[in-house]
Design a protein around this ligand. Structure first.
Ligand code: PRP
Length: 178
């Protein structure tokens, strides 16, 4: 694994804020009277979820699941490790999965399949960042913030080897050139 050395800002905190507000507006239009359950996929979604619900002012509930597939690598291992499953009853609830980034699609696909088996009234996906270049499974995305290039992104909840989640902007890492 090559040590990353350079970070460049791809989306500023202002661009992120504008995007989150746009998503919140769409979600408000569709869910304002449905008391939805928003299910965030940890750890990456923690910042996005917090900012998203700050822009929603109608009855809703929040839940988290935690899965991991990257470890310290910059490519998905392809194996989803479930660290914490859903703990709320979702049968007949309107469920909206909140994801920071959809890359291969394996993580959200795994979560969607496990939630679907519990028979929610509806099941949709909101992601801040969509990286279609790396997709391995087809995932229906109902609310997309930004379609991003094929770069390894960090910041605003996204990590490299657990670092950089705290950055307020979304940045990308470039490997050191030999
Ligand atoms: C990242 C990210 C998404 C997932 C997207 O999580 O937060 O959940 O990968 O990639 P995929 O579409 O290829 O599955 P990661 O597994 O790194 O765990 P983390 O959220 O704890 O950082």
């Amino acid at each position: 694994m090559t040590e990353p050395t350079i970070t460049c800002v791809l989306y500023t905190r202002q661009q992120i804020e504008t995007t989150v507000k746009k998503l919140a507006s769409e979600i408000t239009h569709d869910y304002a009277h449905k008391n939805p359950l928003l299910v965030g996929i940890l750890k990456g979604s923690f910042m996005f979820m917090a900012d998203l619900v700050r822009n929603l002012s109608f009855p809703l509930e929040i839940e988290f699941v935690r899965v991991s597939s990257y470890g310290k690598n910059k490519q998905s291992s392809g194996k989803i490790a479930v660290m914490q499953g859903i703990r709320t009853r979702i049968k007949d609830r309107h469920v909206l999965v909140v994801e920071d980034i959809i890359d291969s699609g394996l993580s959200v696909n795994y979560v969607l399949e496990s939630l679907h088996r519990k028979k929610p009234a509806s099941l949709k996906v909101c992601c801040l960042l969509d990286k279609p270049a790396r997709r391995q499974v087809n995932v229906p995305i109902d609310y997309t913030g930004l379609t991003v290039p094929d770069k390894f992104l960090i910041g605003y909840g996204l990590d490299w080897a657990e670092q950089y989640r705290y950055l307020p902007d979304i940045c990308y890492l470039e490997d050191e050139k030999p």
